[in-house]
Ligand binder design. Structure first.
Ligand code: ADP
Ligand code: 5GP
Length: 206
């Protein structure tokens, strides 16, 4: 059984990362979303243990001290971290994992997991990005401004990613990211044992 692949999805706030991640988990087999911990307050509709693990400042500090994070960051006046144990358990069981993390976290994941695949979700324009953030209606206008003001820095990191996908049409974007995942799953170095199995007379399935 091959190890699961870590897919890191980044992009400025409002680009559509959460939308794409949900679409992937809903439509692809054998892939799971890594649930981060955060000290920010839940938004309307967000569910504990599904959207995030919502923890206090104090608990977040404990998690850092206990080495529970693969990476963590302080951004948009909040803290976010990727729990190590759940990601490692999933990939050890051969399940692919999607991480929705900002650019600093993505670079840190690549350092500890060089085989991770990074995908940058790019909005069609800054104006559309701002409109999506406003339309989402989850942040006050000053928090929208804080997030939007960091968009250019985030977009400036896009060239460091393995893939850049524009999220103009939702379905097209989802299809493109799904095809990247399918292609990465077939890469030779992830499937080195398969030819020998066939040569040994085993029957393997896709
Ligand atoms: P992120 O997770 O990157 O912050 P979201 O997935 O929350 O972004 O998307 C931001 C808003 O834009 C949401 O209201 C979402 O429904 C909307 N959205 C996402 N993709 C598209 C798209 N291709 N076209 C129009 N609206 C979109
Ligand atoms: P939001 O508050 O909109 O849910 O997330 C804000 C930003 O934090 C997004 O860019 C998202 O990718 C990022 N983020 C969410 N979880 C993590 C995490 O565990 N680590 C890092 N580095 N970023 C995260």
């Amino acid at each position: 059984m091959r190890k699961g692949i870590v897919f890191v999805i980044s992009g400025p706030s409002g680009a559509g990362k959460g939308t794409v991640a949900k679409g992937l988990v809903d439509t692809l087999d054998n892939i799971s979303f890594s649930i981060s911990a955060t000290n920010r307050a839940p938004r309307v509709g967000e569910v504990e243990g599904k959207s995030y693990y919502f923890v206090s400042d104090e608990r977040f500090g404990e998690m850092i001290a206990n080495g529970e994070f693969l990476e963590y960051v302080d951004k948009y006046k909040n803290k976010y971290g990727t729990p190590k144990s759940s990601v490692c358990d999933l990939i050890d069981r051969g399940v692919d994992v999607i991480l929705d993390v900002e650019t600093i976290g993505a670079a840190n994941i690549k350092k500890v997991m060089p085989d991770a695949v990074s995908i940058f979700i790019l909005p069609p324009s800054l104006a559309i990005l701002k409109q999506r953030l406003i339309n989402r209606g989850t942040e006050s206008s000053d928090l929208v401004e804080i997030r939007f003001s960091q968009a250019c820095d985030e977009i400036g990191c896009a060239r460091d990613y393995d893939y850049i996908v524009v999220n103009d049409d939702r379905d097209k974007c989802l299809k493109s990211v799904a095809s990247i995942i399918e292609a990465e799953r077939q890469k030779g170095f992830r499937n080195e044992e398969l030819p020998d199995l066939v040569l040994k007379g085993k029957v393997i399935s896709d």
